[in-house]
Design a protein around this ligand. Structure first.
Ligand SMILES: Cc1cc2nc3c(=O)[nH]c(=O)nc-3n(C[C@H](O)[C@H](O)[C@H](O)COP(=O)(O)O)c2cc1C
Length: 322
């Protein structure tokens, strides 16, 4: 697949996840085969005001490319200004969020609220496309609610406004993160536009990755929650899609990668915040293990890197046969 003039290799990208898919996680996922990464959603207004939080969200390293910065907002001029300012951080693409259901985003007319106003949404895409010379992509849901699954129409408008690709999370805003995925509407989006369509939602292994490709005809896929504590999923999907066998990492390897991810977090953010955030990442790495409940409890009490090493040691003792 190509986004603009950039060739994307592999089979799956890492989805944006605010508060989760930070620089550290993105770098690790690329190392294990993620084809490209998308940053945490960043307020266009915040970017134009030059605030520190926005700058830290837009910062990327060479090890997570190709990288898209994701911006949100509802005013075309501000979105254009924000995109111009975001170029300072050299993203490969700029992604416009039209899927976020959070009140502080949709309540101000941005994110998923744009699905209710396709004309404004297209104006935003046009303004951003005209402002910068990197490809502009859009991430949307299937619709705002079940009575308006208008992603095919919105995608068409975005394409006409100059978008280089669209990602569709196969749920409406009112469905939030459940129930199952509406593959039909993603397929309709694919049949409505010529630009690449990226299917997203509930991909958790090689089989569900292939299902997304086959059920929708999409050009590419994006994986979110299944990469939490499992960056190896990209290797797994890449192997599956090529008909190759895949051997999951040993527990020792899994914990080595966890330690590397936490070390990167400590390097990239305030060390106190990194340790607090390491609690959830460490718990995700323990998923599916014998003694998971006990291990999760221990994760909730992490106060230093040594605590993580002790949890890994405990997990190895409880899972000798793995
Ligand atoms: C914790 C969390 C944070 C998210 N943050 C964003 C975000 O910043 N921007 C965005 O477009 N989508 C965001 N999403 C949605 C995901 O990118 C993705 O569309 C959704 O989780 C469905 O994919 P999955 O089933 O593979 O997780 C977020 C999802 C989660 C769980």
């Amino acid at each position: 697949m190509r986004i603009g003039n950039k060739e994307i290799s592999g089979f799956a990208a890492l989805a944006p996840m605010a508060g989760v898919a930070d620089r550290a996680m993105r770098e690790i996922c690329v190392r294990f085969g993620a084809a490209f990464t998308v940053g945490e959603l960043t307020s266009a207004k915040g970017i134009t005001l030059n605030d520190k939080k926005s700058a830290s969200l837009l910062t990327c390293s060479e090890r997570e490319r190709p990288f898209a910065s994701q911006i949100f907002g509802s005013v075309p001029e501000i979105m254009a200004d924000a995109a111009r300012a975001a170029l300072r951080f050299s993203p490969d693409f700029i992604d416009i969020n039209m899927g976020c259901p959070a009140p502080k985003v949709a309540g101000n007319g941005g994110g998923s609220a744009l699905m209710k106003d396709p004309v404004l949404a297209a104006d935003i895409v046009k303004a951003v496309v005209n402002a910068v010379n990197v490809p502009i992509t859009v991430k949307m849901r299937t619709g705002y609610d079940n009575d308006s699954t208008n992603a095919p129409e919105l995608a068409k408008r975005c394409e006409a406004a100059g978008a280089a690709a669209v990602t569709v999370h196969g749920r409406t805003r009112s469905q939030m993160y459940a129930p199952g995925i509406d593959y039909k509407t993603i397929e309709k989006v694919k049949n409505s536009v010529k630009i690449p369509v990226i299917g997203n939602g509930d991909i958790k292994d090689g089989k569900s990755a292939r299902f997304m490709y086959e059920a929708t005809g999409c050009d590419f896929i994006m994986v979110g929650r299944a990469a939490q504590g499992n960056p190896f999923i990209f290797d797994e999907i890449n192997a599956y899609m090529c008909g190759k066998s895949y051997t999951p990492p040993t527990l020792e390897k899994r914990f080595t990668v966890l330690a590397e991810q936490i070390k990167l977090m400590e390097e990239y953010k305030d060390s106190h915040i990194a340790i607090l955030e390491s609690r959830k990442h460490t718990a995700w790495y323990m998923h599916g293990l014998e003694g998971a409940a006990q291990l999760r409890r221990m994760c909730g009490e992490i106060n230093c890197f040594g605590d993580i090493e002790r949890i890994c040691q405990k997990a190895l003792e409880l899972n000798k046969d793995m």
